[in-house]
Every structure is written in C-alpha cells, then in structure tokens.
Design a protein around this ligand. Structure first.
Ligand code: PLP
Length: 490
C-alpha cells in the first residue's frame, strides 16, 4: 500500500510514496503528513481466527493487511523485540480493575512507558531500511519525557542512524531525565532546551522543513527524519494493541466476540487514539473512543465544541506531563480521513496563521460519532489514583485521567471500557507517593523507595539501575541555539 499527503500535493513532492519512503521522510507537501491511501479491512473472520493468537502472530497478521514494503525477516526481527518485555508470552497484559473497566498496560517495555510499543519495532525497521539503501539518517526527536528515552533505547548503536533528542528542561520527571542523560550510545545525543514541549516540537518541525539545515546535513552525506508520532512508522504499530486488548477481553470472558467496547485513551499528540481510530475503521467493534486530557484541554474543546483554539492558550504544567500538549499533531490525520486533503489543508493553515479553526456542524457531528472527551484536573486524578489503589491497582497520573472520562463520557454504561495505561508508576513516583501516603513531594529516588516499601511492589531493574549511572549528556541550551548545536555534534 502507498501513502498520500494530508494537505494535498504541491507538485514538488511525489503524488504517493511507499511505507519506507514515508518513514524516512515523514514531512510532505504544505507541511502535511503521510497517511495510508486507504485503510485495509480486517475482514469478517479475522477476530475469530486470531482469538488464540499470541501478540506477535496477531501483530504480523495485521501488519500484512497494510502490505508495506518491508521484508518479512525485518518485520519478524522487529516484532521479536516484544519478547524482551516483562512477559514474552503477553507483552500487553489487560487487567480488570472495576466491574466493567479493564486496563490495558502498555508500559512493560525497556523504558516503562507506552512509547516502547511503537518505537521498539520502529527502530529496527528504520535502521534496516537505511542500511538497505546504504544511506545515513539523522533522527530528530522532540520529547515531553517518554518519547526521548524510548527513541534513544531503540536506536542505541544501530547502524546508519544517529539520534538527536530534545527535551524541555524541567518539563520531565527525574526518572525520564535520567533515562536520557545517562545514555551512552555512540550515535545518540541529548539536548535540554530552555522552553516547553511545544517549543521543542516546533524546533523539530522547523528543522525538518528547513532547506538550509537539510543542505548542511546533505554535505555531510546525512538525511534527516523524525521519530515523533508524525511518523507513520510508529502509528502502524499502535493499531496492533487495540485489537489485542479487545481479544484479551474476549479471552477473559468479559465480552463476546462482536460486542462493542469503549477505548479510553490518555491523549497528547493523539498517536495512541489515532491507532484506535484506525482499528475501529478496520473493523474492530468499538462503540466510541473516549479522549482524556489534563488541564491542557484543547482536545476536549475540539471534540465537544468543534473548535481548535490556541489563541490564548499556554501550556499548563500538570502531573501528567506527557499530555501537556496544545498542538496535537495526529488530529491532522483524523481531519484528513474524515474530510479529505483540501479541507485539512484549509484547517491546518488556519491553525498556523490564526491559531484557530472551527468545524462546521456536520463535520463536528462526524467527529462526535466516533469520539467523546473530557479532561481531568490533577486533584481529580489524584482521587482516582487513590480509589484504584484501594482496590489493589497502582496506576500513574496519565492513566488516571481516563478514569474521569470513563465516569463522565460513556453514553452506554452497559459496555466494557478498555483504559490504556501509558506509563508505569515508577516514572511519576513523587506525586503518586504523596497521593497515596501523604507528606510532601520528594525526589524520585525517595518516592520510588517509599512506594516500593509501603505498596509492596518491586522497582524494576530498568529504573533501579538509573540511579547509579553517570550523567554523560546534561547539556541545556536556548532554543535559538539548537541548529548550531546539532550541526556541531555530527
Ligand atoms: C506519549 C504519552 C501520552 C500521549 O500519547 P499520544 O499518543 O501522544 O496521544 C500519554 N501518556 C504517556 C505516559 C505518554 O508517554
């Protein structure tokens, strides 16, 4: 299958590209993104046939439907990385928390956040494509805390790839920062930026589209690409766990094959939710996708009112920092799928120029047929963390935002809900320790120990080992210096 552009074609870019081209060069005409030309259908018997498939078998069957131009051996190698998750037989456990609420845990990979679900296989695929073409790539990543560690981990010492990872200084948790600044891979560079995540993401988009920057790199024989969820190479792996989680509910006798469920997603850049949207469009029985935000509730307003409004908005720091995002990149792919390229271009250009757009009534009702949304304040989130802990479930603040939306936004309370848990408690321990056991916020080290002791849980080795590693990459610079700093490091 080929990929086409969300904002239409400007005559400079090819009319369509293969999957490998789309992942190597993710930006397209007018600053748009690549999206699949059509969505494959799972087909009538697919779910029944895969009722007992393990994660990798199911994953391969879904990926086959996309007919991407990647060798089977590479796909196999990429999917084998799920074997290194906590339980190689079930990399994504689905846990019953309340009578009709199940949590799909996406954090059992090496960096303890759901970014591993996509980035682990993506790293293998991208490096293989670059090697096959005998080309060198610089991968840029902007992170609010979890993409960075996952991108660094997946590309560590991989051939034909270098990574520069930018994070907002002070905008991540201690553990997230340690995961990045202790990286010792020879092909990895980490830069802290004085600014917020949107500054880091804007810098990344600017560099990706800057002819001068590309020219400088091309003189060194290097091309530039991105590991953010604008890259379809990540999205494709994010359709898989939605299907898997549905089948888990069938296996656990929570639903019968064919019953509808709610998917409930803590959203930032909307990659996770987009994966769910594609799964729905491919035929997964989904009633609606519930979109959870924190106090940065641009997406809530978008879905409830049809307005995307950045005019007076500033990022509000919250205890779910991976969702402290205003410009949610993958909404563009939803607009494209629902309304086509011409309208998407119009809306996205309005957002760039006026920081605002409004859907028509008909467009809004199309969006609301699929999505419902609400947002959860930090205080509310803490109450949900406590409530869940009281029935024996320890969860992180991102996951907690879903519990609010579960209460407020389901129209059919008889259906089961799958909440996606995007981070392990270890990544956001200070607020969890304070919520559950009182006292003041402490450094991560103390909070981790406190939760481990009082909650009788184990700090996994991936996190415990960070506390003693040397911090090799602790540079922090102004956002104006990014380009110079990157070029110098190559
Ligand atoms: C990235 C991330 C999110 C947001 O996911 P999107 O796909 O960007 O919407 C939510 N929670 C955590 C912990 C994350 O790392």
């Amino acid at each position: 299958m080929n990929f086409i552009e969300t904002r239409g074609n400007d005559g400079q870019f090819p009319l369509e590209v293969t999957f490998s081209e789309a992942i190597l060069n993710p930006m397209s005409s007018f600053g748009g993104l690549y999206s699949p030309k059509y969505l494959p259908q799972l087909g009538a018997d697919f779910l029944a046939n895969h009722i007992n498939s393990d994660y990798k078998t199911l994953a391969k069957a879904i990926l086959n439907k996309f007919e991407v131009d990647i060798d089977e051996a590479v796909i196999n190698q990429a999917l084998s990385l799920y074997d290194a998750f906590d339980d190689s037989n079930n990399p994504v456990p689905v846990v019953k928390v309340y009578e009709d609420l199940y949590v799909s845990e996406l954090f059992h990979g090496p960096t303890r956040a759901f970014k591993d679900m996509a980035l682990q296989p993506f790293g293998t695929v991208l490096s293989a494509v670059a090697q096959a073409r005998n080309e060198q790539f610089l991968i840029l990543a902007a992170t609010s805390g979890d993409t960075g560690p996952a991108a660094l981990d997946t590309f560590r010492n991989k051939p034909n790839v270098q990574v520069v990872c930018m994070y907002p200084d002070g905008g991540t948790s201690d553990v997230q920062r340690l995961q990045m600044v202790t990286e010792d891979g020879k092909n990895l560079k980490v830069i802290g930026i004085k600014g917020d995540f949107d500054d880091a993401q804007s810098a990344l988009k600017r560099l990706l589209t800057s002819p001068v920057f590309r020219e400088t790199l091309s003189k060194k024989g290097i091309q530039v690409s991105a590991a953010n969820s604008v890259n379809f190479g990540r999205i494709i792996f994010q359709t898989l766990y939605h299907v898997h989680s549905y089948l888990e509910l069938v296996r656990q006798d929570a639903i019968k094959l064919g019953d509808k469920v709610y998917l409930n997603v803590p959203s930032g850049n909307f990659g996770n939710a987009l994966g769910g949207y594609y799964a729905l469009k491919m035929g997964l029985p989904v009633e609606q996708i519930l979109i959870a935000s924190n106090n940065n509730n641009v997406l809530t307003r978008f879905i409830n009112e049809g307005v995307y409004d950045l005019r007076d908005s500033q990022v509000i720091p919250t205890s779910s920092p991976a969702m402290d995002i205003l410009k949610s990149s993958n909404i563009e792919r939803i607009l494209f799928d629902l309304f086509g390229a011409e309208r998407t271009k119009q809306l996205m250009l309005a957002l760039d120029q006026d920081k605002y757009y409004r859907l028509t009534k008909e467009e809004l009702s199309q969006v609301q047929a699929i999505f419902a949304a609400d947002f959860c304040s930090d205080e509310e989130g803490q109450a949900y963390i406590k409530q869940a802990y009281d029935v024996g479930y320890l969860m992180d603040p991102h996951t907690a935002t879903c519990f609010k939306v579960y209460e407020t936004s389901r129209k059919n309370p008889t259906l089961k809900t799958i909440v996606y848990s995007t981070a392990e408690w270890t990544k956001f321990s200070p607020i969890i320790a304070k919520t559950l056991f009182g006292g003041e916020l402490t450094a991560d080290v103390n909070a981790l120990k406190r939760i481990a002791e009082q909650g009788k849980v184990v700090i996994p080795p991936q996190i415990a080992s960070l506390l003693t590693k040397p911090q090799l990459q602790d540079k922090v610079i102004a956002k104006e210096q990014i380009e110079e700093e990157i070029v110098r490091s190559l």
